[in-house]
Design a protein around this ligand. Structure first.
Ligand SMILES: Cc1cc2nc3c(=O)[nH]c(=O)nc-3n(C[C@H](O)[C@H](O)[C@H](O)COP(=O)(O)OP(=O)(O)OC[C@H]3O[C@@H](n4cnc5c(N)ncnc54)[C@H](O)[C@@H]3O)c2cc1C
Length: 393
């Protein structure tokens, strides 16, 4: 059996590595010369994602380019600590460029071919194979086609032309990596600030470098391309004004950032539920199947988990039953996390009254919440050696 994996972001290379372990030859086809999913910036890998990488031998290489996040400290605009929680083992922070480089190198080291410059446009389906057609006029044939092509997935639409597209979360995203923050290390703590007008996250590493991200409420959804039409200096001025009253080092960090390094990521989006994850010989993984907004900190981890679970199911079952088993194992979990992130987005975009209530209630909500209310996301484990029993007749 061979598989064509469409998309060389995060889920694609992991799926290809996992499929090889399951005895299926896989080639990755990436539209860009370099993968483009959410380009640049930093992201977190949750313990569940790291564990899933470990299942297919990728944990060590990825861990080498990460920094631990010992806890997340939620603060209000006054600087008051609203809540703090960590995970065991800790979350990891990674720059997307580093993560994608490592995944590509590791995939290549494990015999997976990643072919750049191949944008899937359409497919031709036959009972025993599928042909992927690319924008450059070339094509490739395989027994299966795995759509790991992100939140604006082409494969999702090929499986179901009526499939939903991204939903806007009411926030615009920005971020930057700062070589010299001029601030003391946050000692592994990621600060998350529910500011007066916008949301700000930052972490300073022991060497004084660091990173930040900002989410600005906006009624108007702007795609990354549209948001980038506004000169970055204007966005910097907007952010400085948004955080001017907040008693946290948001403005200081923005001022230490070369505007050329500010990453404008545009609208925060999710896809709450994709009705059809597979059809015929095609199946979705990662954001193509279950895009959560960045507020979950779980998008990359869920993409990795799904890639590994799909391969495990295909190892044990014919493809149609494997696809059903895979969806059965994944759907509830991912949709629950997407819904949780959507609630966080509402907190981030709260108006003046909502903000006061949020700041009053959050410490109590966190203090009295049973840990199981959130630890379930991080405790998830995939047992590779366990047969995919759920789809047995
Ligand atoms: C600003 C921002 C911050 C985020 N922060 C976090 C975080 O802290 N933690 C976290 O876990 N997640 C985070 N996420 C989400 C995370 O990036 C995604 O969930 C994750 O990248 C999904 O991986 P994927 O492989 O499914 O898709 P992607 O990483 O988007 O990769 C899809 C790939 O498919 C390629 N492609 C698209 N169309 C085609 C086509 N037709 N043919 C061939 N190739 C194609 C794209 O070029 C891309 O390389 C963030 C996302 C954004 C935008």
């Amino acid at each position: 059996m061979t598989a064509l994996v469409i998309g060389g972001g995060i889920g694609g290379p992991v799926a290809a590595v996992a499929l090889r372990r399951a005895g299926i030859e896989a080639t990755v086809f990436e539209a860009h010369a370099r993968p483009a999913g959410g380009a640049g910036g930093g992201l977190s890998i949750a313990p569940n994602g790291m564990r899933a990488l470990g299942v297919v031998g990728l944990e060590e290489a990825v861990r080498a380019v990460t920094t631990p996040i010992t806890s997340m400290r939620m603060r209000s605009w006054t600087g008051k600590v609203l809540a703090e929680f960590g995970t065991e083992p800790p979350m990891s922070m990674v720059w997307r460029d580093d993560l994608q480089r490592v995944l590509s190198e590791e995939a290549a080291g494990q015999g997976v071919r990643v072919v750049p410059g191949k944008r899937l446009t359409h497919v031709t389906e036959a009972p025993d194979h599928v042909v992927a057609h690319f924008a450059d006029g070339t094509s490739a044939t395989g027994g299966l086609l795995v759509g790991a092509d992100g939140i604006r997935s082409t494969v999702r639409r090929l499986i179901d032309p009526g499939a939903p597209g991204p939903r806007y979360a009411g926030l615009l995203g920005f971020g930057a990596r700062v070589a010299d923050t001029g601030l003391p290390s946050t000692g592994g703590v990621m600060h998350m600030v529910f500011g007066k007008r916008a949301f700000f996250g930052y972490q300073v590493l022991d060497d004084g470098s660091g990173g930040w991200f900002a989410n600005l409420p906006s009624r108007t959804p702007l795609s990354t391309t549209e948001a980038r039409k506004t000169p970055v200096e204007e966005w910097v001025a907007t952010m400085r004004a948004a955080f001017a009253d907040d008693r946290v080092p948001a403005v200081a960090l923005i001022d230490r950032t070369d505007p050329a390094d500010v990453l404008v990521t545009g609208a925060l989006e999710d896809v709450p539920s994709v009705p059809t994850w597979s059809r015929g010989r095609m199946v979705l993984v990662g954001d193509a199947a279950h895009a959560t907004s960045p507020s979950s900190g779980q998008g990359a981890s869920l993409a990795v988990e799904s890639a590994v679970e799909l391969a495990r199911c295909l190892r044990d079952l014919p493809h149609d039953r494997a696809f059903a088993a895979y969806e059965h194992l994944r759907r509830d979990r991912v949709e629950r996390i997407i819904a949780m992130a959507a609630r966080t987005n509402r907190d981030k975009a709260a108006g003046p009254v909502g903000r006061v209530l949020r700041d009053l209630l959050m410490p109590w909500a966190v203090k009295f919440a049973k840990p199981e209310r959130y630890t379930w996301q991080f405790d998830h484990r995939i047992d590779w050696d366990e047969p995919s029993a759920v789809a047995r007749p």
